[in-house]
Design a binder for this molecule. Structure first.
Ligand code: FES
Length: 162
C-alpha cells in the first residue's frame, strides 16, 4: 500500500485494523502525533488529510492510501518554525506540552479552512484571518488541554492569524 506522509512516499503493508495513528507512531516512528484517549475525544492525534483536520486514532490507515497526510513533523522545522509554532512559543500556548502537536496541527488546518472560506459563512481573506476569541475557541474545541493552557493557545492563534 502506498502512503504519502509529509511529502514522502512510503510503501507499507499494515494490518487492515491498524489505525492511521498507529501507522504513524509504530510503523514510521513519527511520534509527534500523540495518543491521548484513542477514542476521538482529545485531539492529541490530529493530522491533516488532504488539508482537513482529522483524529488519526479514529480512522484506519488503509483508508488513506494516496491521500496527502501531514503530521506535526511536516510543519515547520527546527531551523524555520511555522508561524503558528512561533506564536505558541511567544504566548506560552502550552504547559506540559502533550497536546501541543495536535493543537498546532489543528490550528494550522483551521486557519487554512478559514482562508479558504470554509464553512462558507466565513469571509475568505488570503492575507490575514479575523477571528474573535470565541470563534477560535469554538473552532479549536476538538483539541483538549488538560493543563488548561487555553488563554495562551487562543492568544497564539489570534497572533498567528493576523
Ligand atoms: Fe485521538 Fe484522543 S487520541 S482524539
Amino acid at each position: 500500500m502506498h502512503f504519502t506522509i509529509n511529502g514522502r512516499s512510503y510503501d507499507l503493508d499494515p494490518d487492515i485494523r491498524t489505525s492511521l495513528l498507529d501507522l504513524l507512531r509504530e510503523h514510521l516512528d513519527l511520534t509527534g502525533s500523540k495518543k491521548g484517549c484513542d477514542h476521538g475525544q482529545c485531539g492529541a492525534c490530529t493530522v491533516l488529510v488532504n488539508g482537513r483536520r482529522i483524529n488519526s486514532c479514529l480512522t484506519l490507515a488503509v483508508m488513506h492510501q494516496d491521500d496527502d497526510i501531514t503530521t506535526i513533523e511536516g510543519i515547520g522545522s527546527a531551523e524555520a518554525l511555522h508561524p503558528v509554532q512561533a506564536a505558541f512559543i511567544r504566548h506560552d500556548g502550552y504547559q506540559c506540552g502533550y497536546c501541543t502537536p495536535g493543537q498546532i496541527v489543528s490550528a494550522v488546518g483551521m486557519l487554512d479552512e478559514v482562508r479558504k472560506g470554509w464553512p462558507s459563512h466565513v469571509t475568505a481573506d488570503p492575507g490575514s484571518v479575523r477571528l474573535d476569541d470565541a470563534e477560535i475557541s469554538e473552532r479549536m474545541s476538538g483539541n483538549i488541554c488538560r493543563c488548561s493552557a487555553y488563554p495562551g493557545i487562543v492568544d497564539a492563534i489570534r497572533d498567528a492569524a493576523g
